[in-house]
Design a protein around this ligand. Structure first.
Ligand SMILES: Cc1cc2nc3c(=O)[nH]c(=O)nc-3n(C[C@H](O)[C@H](O)[C@H](O)COP(=O)(O)O)c2cc1C
Length: 392
């Protein structure tokens, strides 16, 4: 990246380096969940008071620093106009507290949630662990969230206007409440979607979190079809996507691709966190003193990248060339973003990489994508999707 672009990143990156870099380069120190909570509490206030002059100025500066616009990055997918292909993955803003300001961070879209019908506390703490050296995280949060009704209140408080009348794209990610049985799961998802569907540009059926007992069984074709059919019947149902796990067998991935195609889903998001430890089984989690091999939870970040790519390629091969795929898992650089897009993802999402690299990651990725498109002579990002063009 040239000097010009480096200097344009200066203020947000300076702030990030001052406050977060030192904390994030170690496993110990400030607890990962506490740190997230402190950030979210500030963002919640900023989003509510975003029209106040001092805060409006701050957000304008942030946007100047982090947003990159270029017609080549734009795409229309399942009826939504994406200004760029980089989104914030589900799980960071579980309650939608900063829904109104994520576009100021340069994102082309944000996925809020996972939200469940019932408010729930999630698993006992500690339940989120930094693995600094590996640029990874282990989490067993267990869908801690304030519930669908409270999310609605939160979105109304921020005056989020309906899809189509705002420039940002907001996806909502739905999960099953822990107290609801698998048999009654479709009703549970449907209640949440009925309450919140009118806010969403797209909705995600999350059947892939490893931290809600039994949830992943809903990836089974018969169960998933039943769930999709139930949600489809709702008047407020936006384009529906399903988010899948990286730990599926090839046959299961192929079945899911078939279900998505046959049921006319808007897309598939691949992947959620993994139960695999990718060779890190013996790595000790500092806070518990136990190795990763016996710790419960899902692994995210850099070690997930090869498997996430494999799953995406398999889906691309089997889901038909027109089904939009969203690639997520271990994306932490322009190269890894380009790799995911050229392997078949129309859109990508970041979480763990964004935490470790800081907000600068988004403009870095966008600038990297623009330069690759130019070098390869592509007129738009859509031309690069699934092209297997190398990074050059
Ligand atoms: C702390 C944490 C919480 C998460 N919560 C959710 C969630 O509520 N719903 C969901 O679909 N995915 C959730 N995820 C998974 C991410 O959205 C993403 O699929 C996964 O972390 C892989 O991307 P990454 O390697 O960029 O982090 C969570 C991930 C982390 C690290």
């Amino acid at each position: 990246m040239g000097n010009n672009s480096q200097s344009r990143f200066s203020s947000s990156n300076f702030f990030y380096k001052q406050f977060f870099e030192k904390i994030l380069e170690r496993d110990d120190g400030i607890d990962a969940e506490k740190l997230t909570q402190v950030v979210l509490n500030s963002l919640e206030k900023i989003s509510i008071y975003r029209k106040w002059p001092a805060i409006a100025n701050l957000l304008t500066e942030l946007e100047k620093d982090l947003q990159r616009t270029d017609a080549k990055l734009e795409q229309t997918l399942f009826g939504c106009n994406f200004k760029n292909p980089v989104g914030l993955a589900a799980g960071f803003d579980k309650n939608g507290i900063a829904a109104a300001i994520w576009n100021n961070f340069g994102f082309g879209f944000v996925e809020l949630g996972t939200v469940t019908w019932h408010a729930q506390l999630g698993n006992t703490r500690p339940r989120l662990f930094r693995l600094a050296k590996e640029k990874a995280a282990l989490n067993r949060m267990g869908f801690n969230n304030r519930g669908a009704a409270k999310m609605k209140e939160t979105l109304l408080k921020q005056k989020i206007s309906p899809p189509g009348s705002r420039s940002s794209i907001i996806g909502l990610n739905f999960g099953k409440s822990k107290i609801t049985s698998l048999e009654h799961a479709p009703d549970d998802y449907a209640s949440s979607l009925e309450m919140l569907g009118s806010f969403a540009d797209y909705a995600v059926i999350n059947v892939s979190s490893p931290n809600t007992p039994g949830l992943r069984q809903l990836q089974d074709s018969t169960q998933l079809r039943r769930l999709i059919k139930k949600l489809r019947r709702l008047a407020s149902c936006p384009p529906l996507l399903v988010k899948i796990a990286p730990d599926l067998e090839d046959r299961e991935i192929d079945d899911l691709a078939k279900v998505a195609y046959e049921e006319g889903l808007a897309g598939i998001i691949a992947v959620n966190t993994s139960l695999d430890r990718f060779g890190l089984e013996k790595r000790i989690v500092l806070q518990t003193g136990k190795p990763l091999g016996i710790e419960k939870g899902g692994l995210s970040g850099k070690p997930l990248r090869p498997r996430a790519i494999e799953v995406l390629r398999r889906l691309r091969k089997n889901a038909g060339k027109d089904l939009p795929l969203i690639g997520v898992g271990g994306i932490d650089s322009p190269e890894s973003a380009w790799e995911r897009i050229t392997a078949g993802a129309s859109l990508i999402q970041v979480y763990t990489g964004w935490i470790f690299q800081g907000p600068i990651l988004v403009p870095q990725i966008l600038e990297g994508l623009i330069s690759q498109l130019n070098r390869h002579g592509c007129r738009s990002i859509a031309e690069a999707v699934g092209s297997e063009l190398p990074w050059k």
